[in-house]
Design a protein around this ligand. Structure first.
Ligand SMILES: Nc1nc2c(c(=O)[nH]1)N[C@H]1C(S)=C(S)[C@@H](COP(=O)(O)OP(=O)(O)OC[C@H]3O[C@@H](n4cnc5c(=O)[nH]c(N)nc54)[C@H](O)[C@@H]3O)O[C@H]1N2
Ligand SMILES: Nc1nc2c(c(=O)[nH]1)N[C@H]1C(S)=C(S)[C@@H](COP(=O)(O)OP(=O)(O)OC[C@H]3O[C@@H](n4cnc5c(=O)[nH]c(N)nc54)[C@H](O)[C@@H]3O)O[C@H]1N2
Ligand SMILES: [Mo]
Length: 830
């Protein structure tokens, strides 16, 4: 019989748990002795130390190559390891404290099943056999009754190594599950895909070494001093070489401290600022006409009904193009039309190098306007004075920023997700990117516009991971193509329907994700979670989400398996992870777990899951990687290899100025809205066709909600954590002992709150009680909450109680920052 153990985990137990650490090490016969980490430098290394390569793979989207120092079978420390291009050598406090995670007292040691109520964290140890056969039995009965789509695979960004895909892609494909990605950071995609085309969309930025070539760098809603520390280093080097650094942020952020010019902006109004700056750019003729004509759709003609004028409208029959590479279906080519200024005639866009951008005469009796005119129309309302009233940026500053874009190029407009987490975020991305592209800031050294989001999917064999074949070469059944937004889960589970169709959802497999702590609207999460019959969580630690599991599976640490970190763009390398030790306790790798689950469900014949190596091999099986000469064998040997460019040159995004839109040009206009989810919601197609601004739902300073809940609540990433990870590292917790709420000194005075006071932040969704830190960098009527802390790390409540789970009607996008609250003092002892 399984040993009966009841666990009441608390996060705080770590600091108390130093003794447990050594005991944990002793369990597996290695003595990691983390309490004896030596303060030696590499040269004074003890002779018996073995040094392995490792990589730090949390979702900070960078990743450091590490030396993992092993003595007597135990990891004793980590140091930075040389990359082939040593300009990129880095390590941060997280990489340096990794041994503490490996030997954390919080690590899950064996499979467990729930014995108390969900969320109580009362579990009983079970064997792997019992765990896997129990899961299979439950899933089989659900599949028999409701079909395989009734089991969801929920994942997020816990580990950006290769096995990240094993559940929601590979296992979901084999078993036919419904993948639910947690809709983080998504508005950017709905703006980018139609503008630049899907294929290359994650390569908007040049690699970081190119930043020195910029005359101006604009961090627009980007806080690299915390969120991308590797990039910050390159920005500072560029500054030393004379590059001007501009930061646009509502908050005087850690990055703003390095700015030559800090532009505070009202949250959620970036679209207005960008449109207004673009207006001034155009007024002064600072836009790049040649670029607009040759490499964008600015000259494409649009008919009165909003659709493009195509050659078929002029009587030219469409021709058949190459079949679609994914579906094999035939494609028809019916090119869009431009008005060629030189010949004064309407021609296919491919035939003109000099399209007229405005005032095109009627074409065969049809009134037309250009895409460029659509842009001009949509920005017309935002003259600098009007824009100043909305954004809080003065008209003079708007004009000066326009001059910078016009005269101080090349400009790198660098962002990730600062303005992503609001209702109207796609509008902001579209407007900011239009400004960058209209000034020709793309495809050249020093010039780039966009996100350095770290997901270079295009290089790897994602299709092979999602649609593996069995040992007879037959494709698996494939996962559910309908992937509902998280914001609909409660109603789906309650009604068994989504978008008017039956959609039973009964169980979930959760991995790489701590949604109880990281999703918006925690009460909503609790609601849908409690509607599920059966929840399995695979994690390394007893996360807040694992506490809500029916069965918990312990996962091996990053250092306990071979892996490749490949999801980083501004760091142009794939990084190898040696297996430095066996998985501790009874933990298993994600690939092993997926294999056990597939086997137990009767799918025993998929070679992709046969070993970690086989899994990695599948993902590496692409032409793009072969062209770069990046193979697993080479990585094993060299530990890091440059990716991105076949000739090993520095990555300049879109260097050939060819984009992956159907026209191969940058698109500013949409005939139909690009919807990230479609459940029949109403969408204003005209408004979505070009640039626009709608105020964010709650954050807008002059909005209705702020009259009731006067403070905008921004949640801030922690330097010492990636989301909730590293919370079990005592050293870091000593430096940052608790979650706080930062408050502007003037506001503090007004509401009679002092540094260290206990306060309750609340709105009609819920509340949290934390202590206050007074901080002049916080704008007035704004509160900055430290995020990434779990429920037992705050005094009462949860930050996740405050935000809304709703999305706008375009984006499948959680809006963490679109949140208004009020604040009140809580007396000590209350
Ligand atoms: N240490 C650490 N690093 C991380 C992470 C972590 O948890 N810890 N998380 C990683 C992940 S998954 C992500 S998505 C990235 C995100 O990294 P970033 O894109 O840098 O995102 P944020 O930190 O959310 O916000 C960046 C800045 O945008 C500002 N901002 C907020 N609202 C607005 C607005 O309306 N307009 C403008 N212009 N600025 C605004 C914020 O004040 C902040 O200073 O960071 C990654 N890196
Ligand atoms: N309030 C607020 N909330 C936010 C944000 C915000 O700005 N404000 N930012 C959001 C953003 S941008 C993001 S990307 C999300 C991130 O949200 P999450 O991805 O949920 O964040 P993590 O804390 O990284 O949680 C991942 C879990 O994966 C586990 N894990 C790590 N490695 C492995 C592994 O190899 N295998 C398995 N099976 N599990 C592993 C970790 O232990 C952890 O419990 O958070 C979002 N939440
Ligand atoms: Mo993120």
């Amino acid at each position: 019989m399984a040993e009966q153990t009841t666990h009441g985990f608390t996060r705080r137990s770590f600091i108390k748990g130093a003794a447990a650490l050594t005991a944990a090490g002793a369990l597996v016969g290695c003595s990691p002795k983390t309490e004896n980490l030596e303060e030696t430098d590499a040269k004074k290394e003890a002779p018996e130390t073995q040094i392995y390569a490792g990589s730090c793979r949390g979702a900070c989207m960078q990743g450091c190559l590490l030396n993992v120092h092993v003595r007597d079978g135990g990891v004793v420390r980590t140091t930075a390891r040389d990359l082939p291009d040593t300009r990129y050598n880095r390590i941060c406090s997280k990489g340096l404290t990794h041994p503490f995670r490996m030997y954390s007292a919080e690590r899950l040691q064996y499979p467990m099943k729930r014995v108390g109520e969900r969320g109580e964290a009362n579990f009983e140890r079970i064997s792997w056999d019992e765990a896997i056969s129990g899961i299979a039995e439950k899933w089989k009965s659900i599949v028999d009754e409701y079909g395989s789509h009734a089991v969801a695979a929920i994942t997020c960004g816990g580990n950006l190594g290769i096995p990240t895909f094993v559940y929601s892609s590979t296992l979901a494909g084999i078993l036919g599950l419904t993948p639910v990605n947690t809709d983080f950071d998504a508005a950017h995609q709905s703006a980018m895909k139609p503008m630049l085309g899907g294929g290359d969309m994650f390569r908007q930025q040049n690699e970081n070494a190119d930043l020195v070539n910029s005359k101006t760098i604009v961090a627009w809603g980007f806080n690299p001093a915390v969120s991308h520390v590797q990039t910050m280093h390159f920005i500072n080097e560029a500054r030393e070489g004379g590059t001007r650094f501009i930061v646009i942020d509502p908050v005087f952020s850690p990055t703003a401290q390095f700015a030559d010019w800090f532009i505070p902006i009202n949250a959620g109004t970036d679209a207005v600022l960008a449109m207004s700056v673009l207006g001034v750019v155009i007024e002064n003729g600072w836009h790049d006409l040649e670029f607009l004509k040759c490499h964008t759709e600015a000259g494409f003609l649009i008919k009165d009904n909003g659709s493009f004028l195509r050659m078929s409208d002029l009587g030219v029959e469409p021709t058949e193009g190459d079949p679609n590479p994914y579906t094999g279906q035939p494609t028809m080519i019916d090119p869009c039309v431009v008005w060629d200024e030189s010949s004064q005639s309407a021609v296919a866009h491919t035939e003109s190098s000099n399209p007229q951008l405005s005032n095109v005469p009627e074409v065969e009796g049809m009134t037309v306007k250009t895409e460029w005119e659509a842009v001009l129309d949509s920005i017309a309302a935002y003259d600098p004075d009007t824009a100043a009233g909305i954004t809080g940026v003065s008209a003079d500053d708007i004009r000066e920023l326009a001059r910078v874009y016009g005269e101080d190029g090349p400009v790198n407009t660098y962002n990730i997700y600062g303005f992503n987490h609001y209702f109207n975020a796609h509008q902001a991305y579209r407007a900011v990117y239009t400004l960058g592209f209209a000034t020709g800031n793309v495809g050249k050294p020093g010039a780039a516009t966009g996100s350095a989001n770290g997901e270079p999917y295009a290089m790897f064999n994602l299709v092979g991971a999602a649609m593996p074949t069995d040992d007879s070469g037959n494709y698996c059944q494939g996962s559910n193509p309908v992937q509902p937004p998280v914001s609909q889960l409660a109603s789906i589970i309650e009604t068994g329907e989504y978008a008017g169709q039956p959609f039973p959802l009964k169980a979930a497999l959760v991995a790489n994700c701590n949604f109880m702590a990281t999703n918006t609207d925690r009460n909503y999460t609790l609601k849908w979670l409690s509607g599920l019959d059966y929840v399995v969580v695979a994690d390394m630690v007893m996360s807040e989400t694992a506490k809500y599991a029916d069965v918990i599976l312990p996962v091996a640490h990053w250092f306990e398996q071979e892996d490749v970190l490949w999801q980083s763009i501004n760091l142009p390398f794939a990084l190898w992870q040696d297996k430095v030790a066996d998985p501790l306790y009874e933990s298993k790798t994600d690939v092993e777990i997926a294999k056990l689950l597939a086997d137990a469900m009767g799918y025993t014949n998929f070679p992709i899951l046969s070993s970690q190596e086989e899994y990695l091999k599948t993902l590496f099986d692409t032409e793009a990687l072969r062209q770069c000469g990046v193979t697993l064998d080479r990585l094993k040997e060299e530990k890091a290899a440059r990716i991105w460019t076949a000739d090993g040159s520095e990555l300049i995004a879109y260097k050939n100025l060819t984009f992956s839109t159907p026209s191969q040009k940058i698109s500013f206009y949409r005939e139909a809205p690009f919807l990230m989810y479609d459940m029949g919601q109403e969408v204003d197609a005209v408004r979505e066709s070009c640039l626009a601004w709608d105020p964010p739902k709650e954050a807008y300073v002059n909005g209705e909600v702020r009259k009731v809940f006067p403070y905008h609540c921004i949640s801030e990433r922690q330097r010492h954590r990636t989301h909730t990870q590293w919370q079990d590292v005592g050293y870091l917790n000593e430096l940052y002992p608790e979650s706080v709420c930062k408050l502007n000194p003037k506001d503090a005075k007004e509401v009679h709150i002092e540094e260290g006071d206990k306060v309750r932040l609340f709105n009609d969704r819920g509340s949290v009680v934390v202590r206050v830190a007074i901080h002049a960098g916080v704008p007035q009527k704004t509160l900055i909450a430290s995020r990434g802390y779990e429920i037992d790390e705050v005094i009462e409540g949860h930050f996740g109680n405050l935000s809304t789970h709703e999305y706008d009607n375009i984006n499948k996008n959680q809006v963490f920052l679109d949140c208004a609250v009020n604040i009140e003092k809580v007396e000590e002892g209350e």
